[in-house]
Design a protein around this ligand. Structure first.
Ligand SMILES: [Zn+2]
Ligand SMILES: [Zn+2]
Length: 244
């Protein structure tokens, strides 16, 4: 009887901790001080932003994360059209799990954690504050089918930390494209080339384009080119994760 009461009390306290957001948002361990960090120390160490061993322009990650960041051969030969990149880390492990849970599991409760990770990555890369923040757009029909655009959600989260409201209409998708994951590198470029258009209200402004994951960079390249064609002064890009 006493044991049963203890179990019930434990469950009640667990439920209260969940409601109060006092649990690690990755492993659900109870946090000592949830105001400091949305993760327990163990999960925080697994979700450290990438500090080295990558290309600072395209985010390609090299084998040794402790080596300095340096430009990859592709970026030296043919640099992407954006000025700077901020990303949290490779699309792997717990970061991959979180992006999946947000995108496909519709776990909007992950907002606090994703905001924290986005801000952490943004601060680390030291790119200047943009004038305008825009998400990689989806066609309206696709947003309706999925229920939300995960890039727009991320742009809202990151924008809130900079006191910037995303201009979701400033960059639009103008035509249907095939799913990029079904295509090779060259075909991806052709698939999305010219599929985006930007409003002239971004003319002369410093733009930040936000997406959740970048794989070959074909979609981001098409978005950045649309912004530059519309007269943007400078375009930086932000992705939470860079696919390996
Ligand atoms: Zn944890
Ligand atoms: Zn590179």
């Amino acid at each position: 009887m006493v044991g049963g009461l203890a179990v019930s009390a434990g469950r009640f306290l667990d439920a209260l901790a969940c409601l109060a957001g006092r649990r690690c948002q990755l492993c659900a361990a109870v946090l000592d001080d949830p105001r400091d960090h949305p993760l327990c120390p163990e999960c925080a160490s697994k979700l450290e932003p990438r500090r080295g061993g990558h290309c600072p322009l395209c985010g390609t990650c090299y084998a040794d994360p402790c080596s300095p960041a340096y430009l990859c051969l592709t970026c030296r030969m043919s640099p992407p059209p954006w000025s700077g990149l901020a990303f949290h880390g490779p699309y792997d492990g717990p970061l991959k799990e979180l992006v999946h849970r947000h995108k496909f599991g519709h776990e909007h409760g992950l907002g606090r954690l994703l905001s924290f990770l986005a801000r952490q990555a943004w601060t680390l890369r030291g790119l200047g504050r943009p004038d305008v923040i825009v998400p990689v757009p989806m066609l309206p029909g696709h947003v309706l089918r999925r229920g939300f655009n995960q890039s727009a959600e991320l742009a809202r989260m990151l924008g809130r930390t900079m006191s910037l409201r995303p201009l979701t209409h400033a960059l639009v998708k103008t035509r249907e494209t095939r799913t990029q994951s079904s295509l090779g590198r060259a075909a991806r470029r052709g698939n999305v080339a010219g599929a985006f258009a930007a409003s002239t209200e971004i003319r002369g402004r410093h733009i930040l384009i936000v997406d959740d994951v970048m794989t070959t960079g074909a979609t981001m390249t098409a978005c950045v080119r649309a912004c530059l064609e519309a007269g943007a002064a400078k375009v930086d890009v932000f992705v939470l994760a860079r696919a390996l």
